[in-house]
Design a protein around this ligand. Structure first.
Ligand code: FE
Length: 249
């Protein structure tokens, strides 16, 4: 069965990386919650998509330059007055949930990996007893290399449309194999049977991200990809259940 991952806790239904979205997702009939992490200036790990608070909250500034207290003072837009959460707080919500983690290691505002960040994320997940329920993802090959050194947990490479277009699927597969990355995720709009079967024939798992509309969700389910992320988890669950004859999972 194709797995559903609630992207940033279901951005289009609950706001971007909000406590309400993550709390709701923990009780949904889906398999994964996707989230992104950034470090603060004082050593905390914050669950937020962007490296800055500019676009998604009532506050401005780069998370890496702020203390946790400063980040926590921000209110996330369209979130019923929710504030950014720490990774530890997210772990508490999912302690007793059947939904597993899909943790994306994000770059800084310049597009580069944060120094020594991966090890700290892995250690925090381990301390909170969530590491064994985590799959990691990243657009950055250096972060995926670091993950391989820090953990034996599954990793997947998020391949953006320009990277797929410029490298082509053969070079993408070669890169994944060179870096021992077992899974590739492409944007749903760049997914098709040809690219999927090439990737699968190379022995790699294949998934998609950003399936937000009914049409995109149906495309992912038609292709029978391993997993897809969606900003509309409630819709994705309903579409999948409908296709399964009314069964919710
Ligand atoms: Fe992400």
């Amino acid at each position: 069965m194709t797995r559903i991952a609630s992207h940033r806790g279901g951005t289009l239904e609950f706001g971007d990386s909000t406590p309400a979205g993550f709390t709701a997702t923990a009780r949904m009939a889906l398999e994964e919650v996707e989230f992104d992490v950034h470090p603060t200036a004082d050593g905390a790990i914050v669950v937020h998509h962007d490296p800055t608070l500019d676009a998604t909250t009532d506050t401005t500034g780069a998370i890496i330059d702020m203390t946790l207290k400063e980040v926590k003072a921000a209110t996330i837009r369209y979130s019923a007055a929710g504030h950014p959460m720490t990774l530890e707080e997210l772990c508490v919500i999912y302690e007793d949930s059947a939904v597993d983690f899909r943790c994306e290691i994000k770059p800084n505002a310049d597009g580069f990996a944060y120094d020594g960040f991966v090890e700290r994320v892995v250690a925090t997940l381990d301390r909170c007893s969530m590491l064994q329920r985590t799959t990691f993802s990243s657009f950055l090959i250096p972060s995926l290399d670091e993950l391989q050194r820090a953990s034996t947990r599954p990793r997947l490479w998020l391949v953006s449309p320009p990277v797929l277009r410029q490298l082509g699927s053969d070079a993408v597969i070669e890169t994944a194999i060179t870096h021992e990355i077992p899974e590739i995720g492409v944007h749903i709009d760049t997914a098709d049977r040809e690219v999927m079967s090439k990737i699968q024939h190379a022995g790699l798992h294949f998934g998609c991200w950003a399936a937000h509309t009914r049409m995109q969700i149906n495309k992912a389910l038609d292709l029978e990809v391993k997993v897809f992320t969606t900003d509309r988890p409630t819709l994705a669950i309903a579409v999948r259940a409908d296709r399964n004859g009314g069964l919710s999972s």
